[in-house]
Design a protein around this ligand. Structure first.
Ligand code: GLU
Length: 434
C-alpha cells in the first residue's frame, strides 16, 4: 500500500517522547511495558519497537450540523503493532480523547489480543467529541467522514475497528457501509460489534460483561471467597458495567453499589439491577434511583466490599485513593483503570488485581469470533459463542495463575510480560526489514 505523504499518517518511531504525567494513560502503559522489558531482559531496540505505535493517523473531520453550521473535530487511529496479524481495537467518542490516550489504548489492545491468543495486533481510534450533544444524523455524518478519512489503513486484513466508549453497533453499521460503498461490495469483516442483521455475531454485545464475570467469579474463589456471600461495587453502568452488574447479581453476588459519571447509589441489601437498569434507561443515569441511597462517586471505589469492578475509564484508581480502597479483589472491566502507583499500593496490601488485558478481553474474543464468522459466511449459535468465550477466558486465567506461580510477579506483571514476550518473539522470527 502506498500512503500519500500529504495525509497525516506518520510512522512514529522517532516522534513519540516518553511522557511523565502520572495522569496520562500512555505513561502508565509505558511503565507497564518497561517492567516487562526488564523482566524479559530486552535490549533497548526491542523495547523501543514496542514502546511506540507502528502507525498513527490524525484526521480533521468537518461536520455539517443539523442547523446548517460546520464544526471541525479531530479523529485518530493508532495501530500499535501488527506483527501477529491485523490491528484490532475499538473506536471511542469522548470529549477526553487525546492522541496519548489512543496510543495507550492501542498498546493495551496488542497485549490483550496476544495474551488471549487471538491473531491480531492492537489498534484504537477516537474522536474528541461529546456524542450526547449531537443528533443521530450528525453522528452518522461524523462517523462516515471519519471512516472515509481512515479508509487507506483499515480493512479485514489491515485493521478492524469495534465499539468502545460512546460508540455502538449503529456506529459499526455506518463504518461498514461506508467502507463497503468505497470497495464496491459488502465487506462485513471490516468491523466487529455490528448489528446481527448485517453480519454481527450473536453474543457480541454481552461478551465483555460475560468475560468480566467469568473472571470475577474465578478470582473470588481463588481468594477463598464464596461468591454467594460476597458484595460488589461497580463503577460504570454502560455496556460493560450494566451487564456485569446483572450477571454478578444472577450469580448470587450482592451488588451493593453502582456509579456512573453523574453519581452513585448504594443499598446494603443489594441493588435490584433490573429496576436500576429501567431507571437508568428512563433518566440517563443511576443517580436518583429511589430504591437506594446516593453516595459520592469517589466513595464508591472505597467501599468495604469484596469485589470492585472499575468499568468506566482510565486512571480512576491512583495514588490519591488506592490506600483507601478496601475491596479484596479488583477486576478491571475498563481499560487502564489502575495507575502504576496504585498497583504498587495494592500489591503491598495484598489486594488481588485482575488486569484489564485479561478481565475485559471477552469483547475482543467475540469480535474475533465475529470476524471469523464473517470471513467464512457461516454463523454460530449464541450457545456456541458463549461456550467458546467461557473456555478461552478460563483457560487464559488458569494459564496466567500457573505462570504467575513460576515468575512470582503480580498478575498484571505476569500478563504483560507473557504478552510482550510473544509479540517480541513474532518480531524476532519475522526479522527486521530490510
Ligand atoms: N473496545 C473493546 C476493548 O477495549 C473491544 C475491542 C474489539 O473488539 O476490537 O477491548
Amino acid at each position: 500500500m502506498t500512503i500519500d505523504a500529504s495525509t497525516s499518517i506518520r510512522s512514529s518511531h522517532e516522534s513519540v517522547g516518553l511522557g511523565t504525567d502520572q495522569d496520562n494513560p500512555l505513561t502508565n502503559a509505558r511503565s507497564q511495558l518497561e517492567a516487562a522489558a526488564r523482566t524479559l531482559g530486552f535490549d533497548h531496540g526491542m523495547h523501543q519497537i514496542l514502546a511506540n505505535p507502528r502507525r498513527e493517523m490524525i484526521v480533521q473531520i468537518p461536520l455539517r450540523l443539523d442547523n446548517g453550521g460546520v464544526e471541525v473535530f479531530t479523529g485518530y487511529r493508532v495501530q500499535h503493532n501488527f506483527s501477529r496479524g491485523p490491528a484490532k481495537g475499538g473506536l471511542r467518542y469522548s470529549p477526553h480523547v487525546s492522541l496519548d490516550e489512543v496510543r495507550a489504548l492501542a498498546m493495551w489492545m496488542t497485549w490483550k489480543c496476544t495474551l488471549l491468543d487471538v491473531p491480531y495486533g492492537g489498534a484504537k481510534g477516537g474522536i474528541t467529541i461529546d456524542p450526547r450533544q449531537y443528533s443521530r444524523g450528525e453522528l452518522e455524518r461524523l462517523t462516515r467522514r471519519y471512516t472515509s478519512e481512515i479508509l487507506p489503513i483499515i480493512g479485514p486484513e489491515r485493521d478492524i475497528p469495534a465499539p468502545d466508549i460512546g460508540t455502538d453497533e449503529h456506529t459499526m453499521a455506518w463504518m461498514m457501509d461506508t467502507f463497503s460503498v468505497a470497495s464496491g461490495y459488502t465487506v462485513p469483516a471490516v468491523v466487529t460489534g455490528k448489528p446481527v442483521s448485517v453480519g454481527g455475531s450473536l453474543g457480541r454485545s454481552s461478551s465483555t460483561s460475560k468475560g468480566v464475570v467469568h473472571i470475577a467469579l474465578a478470582a473470588l474463589e481463588h481468594k477463598g471467597l464464596n461468591p454467594a456471600r460476597c458484595t460488589a461495587a461497580i463503577q460504570g453502568f454502560g455496556k460493560v458495567g450494566a451487564g456485569a452488574a446483572e450477571l454478578l447479581a444472577k450469580a448470587g453476588v450482592r451488588v451493593v453499589a453502582v456509579g456512573d459519571q453523574y453519581g452513585a447509589v448504594y443499598s446494603s441489601k443489594g441493588l435490584n439491577i433490573r429496576h436500576l437498569a429501567e431507571h437508568a434507561g428512563r433518566t440517563g443515569s443511576v443517580a436518583g434511583f429511589a430504591e437506594a441511597e446516593p453516595v459520592p462517586s469517589e466513595a464508591l471505589l472505597e467501599l468495604n466490599v469484596d469485589l470492585l469492578v472499575p468499568a468506566a475509564v482510565e486512571g480512576v484508581l491512583n495514588r490519591m485513593n488506592a490506600r483507601k480502597v478496601q475491596a479484596k479483589v479488583i477486576v478491571e472491566g475498563a481499560n487502564g483503570p489502575t495507575t502504576a502507583d496504585a498497583d504498587a499500593i495494592f500489591q503491598e496490601a495484598g489486594t488481588l488485581v485482575v488486569p484489564d488485558i485479561l478481565a475485559n478481553a471477552g469483547g475482543v474474543i467475540v469480535s474475533y469470533f465475529e470476524w471469523v464468522q464473517g470471513n467464512q459466511a457461516y454463523w454460530w449459535t449464541e450457545a456456541e459463542v458463549d461456550e467458546r468465550l467461557e473456555h478461552r477466558m478460563l483457560a487464559a486465567w488458569h494459564n496466567l495463575l500457573e505462570t504467575q506461580r513460576k515468575l512470582g510477579l503480580t498478575l498484571r506483571e505476569t500478563a504483560t510480560a507473557t504478552a510482550v514476550d510473544k509479540v517480541a518473539k513474532a518480531h524476532k522470527i519475522r526479522g527486521l526489514y530490510p
